[in-house]
Ligand binder design. Structure first.
Ligand code: NAD
Ligand code: ZN
Length: 343
């Protein structure tokens, strides 16, 4: 099959022919239709320090996908050829304390699809049956292709009850953009979005933000004043991974405010712990999605009419992967989709 492979330690990816994945008795083989490019794929492509520490080439990259099942192992029940599916990209151990308790998102021994095992930027991908999400009828395939990052958005946006609350979202990348639609649907009052990129600020408005600010020219206290807020944000979703954004969120919370931290910083961040203590703030780290409560919530949100499609701004054939990665890297994009169905 054709696959996008990190063939050796260093920058770049190569489109090469590799053997089709083999499946075990508990696995499912999927013909990939569409994939989404994630920041993780960009890190692996550019071979930054995280990638150099983490990735062991050769590796098929990619983890956001939709496709149909072509083959199942002899132990597999509940799925069959033809089913339209996506995959939970965190393959868990199944035997640690948290896995045994049904808290699989807390597994300490998680292996990432396209990170620690061969991924989905390929014509075929294999996964354990316990990692398969069977899409509900009628789903748009492009939306299905980005259920993985949509799950990050939903898991973070619903980490705290936003109903009637004033919400700050820092970072309007694909995940922040989807989170806007989720918190609006979940009944937030104001949704203020902070994002330095003008293209993404426009998308944030389209996704239903109440107020969109450029943090390089305007601070959040000013945004609060424009909205007529007096006590600070009740909930913040940190979706940039940038130190100044996390500090700005902490400085602009109401007493008792809650901050869900999804953004992954490149290094340590120093924080004013006094503000966290005296303002009685909660900071909660969010990783991945809940298996499978978040997936269920996503399916329900889509069937209830939430529209995340405007987040998809670019579409390429997989053979144009270089242009696809350049579009994703440019920042003047939302989610970038590659199509694998034409091969
Ligand atoms: P992204 O990099 O496309 O989006 C981040 C956005 O933050 C960009 O649009 C950027 O312009 C903006 N930004 C930069 N400086 C800012 C500032 N000072 N204030 C506000 N915004 C600022 O990433 P994404 O794919 O949307 O993912 C969002 C974040 O979540 C990233 O940090 C990513 O690494 C992380 N992530 C975490 C998980 C997890 O499981 N915890 C999963 C996926 C992604
Ligand atoms: Zn485990």
């Amino acid at each position: 099959m054709q696959a996008l492979v990190k063939t050796e330690a260093g920058p770049g990816l190569r489109l090469v022919t590799v053997p089709d994945p083999e499946i075990g008795i508990n696995d499912v083989l999927i013909r990939v239709h569409k994939t989404g490019i994630c920041g993780t794929d960009l890190h692996i492509e550019s071979w930054d320090p995280w990638a150099a520490r983490t990735i062991r080439p050769p590796l098929v990259v990619g983890h956001e996908f939709v496709g149909h099942i072509v083959e199942v192992g002899s132990n597999v029940t509940g799925f069959g050829p033809g089913d339209l599916v996506s995959g939970e990209g965190h393959v868990v151990c199944g035997s640690c304390r948290h896995c045994l308790a049904g808290q699989r998102h807390l597994c300490a021994d998680t292996v990432g699809l396209g990170v620690g095992r061969d991924g989905a930027f390929a014509e075929y991908v294999a996964l354990p049956m316990t990692n398969i999400w069977h899409h509900w009828p009628g789903i748009d395939e492009e939306v299905a292709a980005i259920f993985d990052p949509f799950g990050n958005a939903v898991h973070t946006a619903l980490a705290f009850d936003v109903h009637g609350e004033d919400v700050l979202i820092s970072g309007a990348g694909p995940i922040g953009l989807m989170a806007i639609a989720v918190v609006r649907h979940a009944g937030a009052r104001y949704v203020a979005v902070s994002e330095p990129n003008a293209f993404r600020r426009r998308l944030a408005e389209r996704m239903g933000a109440t107020l969109v600010v450029d943090p390089t020219t305007r601070d959040l206290s000013d945004a609060q004043r424009e909205l007529g807020m007096v006590e600070g944000f009740d909930i913040a979703l940190e979706m940039s991974g940038v130190a100044t954004a996390l500090r700005a969120a902490i400085d602009n919370m109401a007493h008792g405010g809650r901050i869900a931290v999804l953004g992954i910083p490149t290094g340590e961040i120093s924080l004013d712990v006094n503000t966290i203590v005296f303002n009685q703030l909660t900071l909660r780290g969010i990783y991945g999605r809940q298996m499978y409560e978040t997936w269920y919530q996503m399916a329900v949100l889509v069937s209830a009419g939430i529209d995340i499609k405007p987040v998809i701004t670019h579409r390429f054939a997989y053979t144009e992967f270089e242009a696809a990665f350049a579009a994703a890297r440019s920042g003047d994009s939302g989610k970038v989709i590659m199509d694998w169905s034409q091969s």
